[in-house]
Design a protein around this ligand. Structure first.
Ligand code: DQA
Length: 148
């Protein structure tokens, strides 16, 4: 089983105190703990990282793509703006499942477009921390077969 990379973008380090009515009360560390438990119960290995810097996300996606290892990506607000992340997924042929805690389609219209979705294997959103768990289940089931 390859390593599964869980990559989190800007402001997700603030989870727990950031708009809990939208994002819930779990911290990013809580989400990491839940995913590590789920992964280890399934014999899978994960990395779990967060950065507020777009270039870090680009580099991590390139590395995962080069290694042929799947990515679960919550790019935060970069989802709606970043051609660089779109290009990284595409350029590195990375296998990506896009996730969001909130249902971005039920929120402001500037959150509706995604530069990730067209190059992702699939998108899971709106279920809080469970979005990540469902994405991990999908990856473990071999779901992200689509190459960008
Ligand atoms: C988010 C949704 C984005 O619109 C927002 O900028 C975030 C979090 C989510 O997980 O719901 O930072 O990606």
């Amino acid at each position: 089983m390859p390593v599964i990379h869980i990559i989190n973008g800007p402001n997700l380090n603030l989870l727990g105190t950031r708009e809990p009515e939208t994002y819930g009360s779990l911290t990013l560390a809580d989400i990491e703990t839940r995913l590590r438990m789920l992964a280890s119960a399934r014999g899978a290995q994960i990395t779990f990282r967060q950065s507020n810097h777009e270039g870090d996300l680009v580099t991590w996606i390139q590395e995962a793509g080069a290694a042929g290892e799947p990515v679960i990506l919550n790019a935060g607000a970069y989802t709606h703006t970043s051609i660089a992340i779109h290009d990284a997924i595409r350029g590195a042929s990375a296998h990506v499942v896009e996730v969001h805690l909130s249902n971005v389609h039920a929120r402001e219209s500037f959150r509706h477009p995604s530069f990730i979705a067209p190059v992702a294997a699939g998108v899971i959103l709106g279920f809080g921390a469970m979005s990540y768990e469902l994405a991990l289940e999908a990856v473990l089931a071999g779901a992200p077969q689509k190459k960008s």
